[in-house]
Design a binder for this molecule. Structure first.
Ligand code: GLV
Length: 387
C-alpha cells in the first residue's frame, strides 16, 4: 500500500490506473487552459500568517453549509462521468462523503442514476442540475430528486454551451468509451479499471438514458449538450426552476457581482463562485480572485461558497478566511477515486482535513468558523485592477 501524504500522490496513481480518455477529461481546462492554471496558481500567491504561543488545543473544523452540519466545509463537487473514472464511481464517492460527514453532489451527467445512488447510500446527497430545454425532463428531474430525498439542488448556470476542451475532441470522449484501436490498446493496460467496468452494468448516462426524450446520442457529451441544453436560459427561467424545487437551492457558476445579486433575487440559499474548474470560459478570472468582491456585495444576505482550484486543506483555509462559507473539491477526489475507489476518496478527504486542521493550528486558530482575512497575507493588488 503506497504512503499517501498529499493529493498529488493520489494523482500520480490515478494517472497510471485510469484510461487516458477519462484522465484527460478530468485534467483539462478549455482552450489554452489559462483559467484552469490560474485557479491553482492564484491560491499559491496567498500566504498564511504564522502565529505562536496561542492555545491550539480542541481544534474543530466542524461547520454548516446551507444549514446542514459538516465535518469540514468541503463538499464533493458534481463531476460528470464519475462512473467512468472507476466502476460505480458515484456510489463510491457518495459513500465516502457520507462516512466522512461532508455533502456529496451528484452530477446530472453521472453514470449512476439518482435512484441508484439513493439506494446505495443512507444519507441525503445534493443533486446538481443542468438547465435543459425540455420542461418535462426538468420537472421530472426535480421530482426524482425529491423522491430520492436529495437535501439540496445545485443549478449550474455557466454551461449553456459546452466549453471546448481540445483533448476530449481528439480522444472522442464518450460514455461508454468508443472502442477504437487506440482506446482499446490504452484500456488493456488498465487492468483494475477494466475488471471493474466488466463487473458493472452502469456504463451509460444513468440520469438521461430512458428519461430524456429525443436525445439521439447521449453517449457524447458534445452532442447531448448541443441538442438539449438551453442556450436561451435567463433569470426568469431560473425563477421557474425555483418554483419546481422547494428545497434548498444553490446556484453554481457565479463570477460577477451582478450575477450574484440576480441569484440572490431569485431566492437561492447559496451561490458557488466558480468558473467550472477552468472548463468553460478560458480567460475568466480565477474563483479565488473574485471571491472577496462577491462576498462584500452579497455575503451578508446569502451563503457564498467557492469551487475551482482547491487541491489542499490550505486552499480551503484561504477561501474560508476570504469569506467563503463552504468550498468544493472536484479533481482532488476524482484522483482518489480513480486511484483506489472509495478508499481513495476517503484518503483525499483525510488529506485535506489534516492539512486544514494543522494549518489552522499553526495560524493560531481553533475554530474553522473563526478564520478571517487577518490570518492571511494577500498581495495588495490580488483582486487586480481590471478596467
Ligand atoms: C461538465 O460539467 C463538464 O465540465 O464536463
Amino acid at each position: 500500500m503506497p504512503v499517501i501524504t498529499n493529493i498529488d500522490d493520489l494523482k500520480r496513481i490515478y494517472e497510471r490506473r485510469v484510461p487516458r480518455m477519462f484522465y484527460d477529461y478530468a485534467e483539462s481546462g478549455s482552450w489554452t487552459e489559462q483559467t484552469f492554471r490560474d485557479n491553482s496558481s492564484d491560491f499559491a500567491d496567498i500566504r498564511l500568517r504564522q502565529r505562536v504561543a496561542i492555545d491550539m488545543t480542541g481544534r474543530s473544523t466542524a461547520s454548516r453549509m446551507i444549514g446542514q452540519d459538516v465535518t469540514m466545509p468541503v463538499a464533493l463537487a458534481p463531476v460528470g462521468l464519475t462512473g467512468m473514472q472507476c466502476a460505480d464511481g458515484e456510489i463510491k464517492a457518495a459513500r465516502a462523503a457520507e462516512k466522512f460527514g461532508v455533502p456529496y453532489t451528484l452530477s446530472t451527467m453521472s453514470i449512476c442514476s439518482i435512484e441508484d445512488v439513493a439506494e446505495h447510500t443512507s444519507k441525503p446527497f445534493w443533486l446538481q442540475v443542468y438547465t435543459l430545454k425540455d420542461d418535462d425532463f426538468m420537472q421530472r428531474l426535480f421530482d426524482r430528486a425529491k423522491a430520492a430525498k436529495c437535501s439540496a439542488a445545485v443549478i449550474t448556470v455557466d454551461l449553456q454551451l459546452l466549453g471546448q476542451r481540445h483533448k476530449d475532441l481528439k480522444n472522442g470522449l464518450s460514455a461508454p468509451p468508443k472502442l477504437t484501436v487506440k482506446s482499446v490498446a490504452n484500456m488493456m493496460t488498465k487492468v483494475q479499471w477494466g475488471l471493474g467496468m466488466l463487473g458493472t452494468k452502469r456504463r451509460f448516462f444513468g440520469n438521461i438514458v430512458g428519461h430524456a426524450k429525443g436525445v439521439k446520442d447521449p453517449s457524447s457529451l458534445g452532442n447531448w449538450t448541443n441538442e438539449s441544453f438551453d442556450q436561451a436560459l435567463d433569470w426568469d427561467r431560473i425563477r421557474e426552476f425555483r418554483k419546481m424545487w422547494e428545497g434548498p437551492l444553490i446556484i453554481k457558476g457565479i463570477l460577477d457581482v451582478r450575477d450574484a445579486r440576480e441569484a440572490l433575487n431569485v431566492g437561492a440559499d447559496a451561490i458557488i463562485v466558480s468558473n467550472h474548474g477552468g472548463r468553460q470560459l478560458d480567460g475568466a478570472l480565477s474563483s479565488i480572485r473574485v471571491l472577496e468582491e462577491i462576498v462584500e456585495a452579497v455575503g451578508d444576505k446569502i451563503e457564498v461558497h467557492l469551487d475551482s482550484g482547491i487541491r489542499s486543506g490550505q486552499d480551503v483555509l484561504k477561501a474560508l478566511a476570504m469569506g467563503a462559507r463552504g468550498t468544493y473539491i472536484g479533481r482532488a477526489y476524482i484522483y482518489g477515486l480513480g486511484a483506489m475507489g472509495e478508499d481513495g476518496v476517503t484518503r483525499a478527504l483525510e488529506v485535506i482535513h489534516k492539512e486544514l486542521d494543522l494549518s489552522m493550528g499553526l495560524c493560531g486558530v481553533t475554530d474553522v468558523k473563526k478564520l478571517t482575512r487577518d490570518h492571511l497575507l494577500i498581495p495588495e493588488d490580488f483582486a487586480g485592477r481590471w478596467a
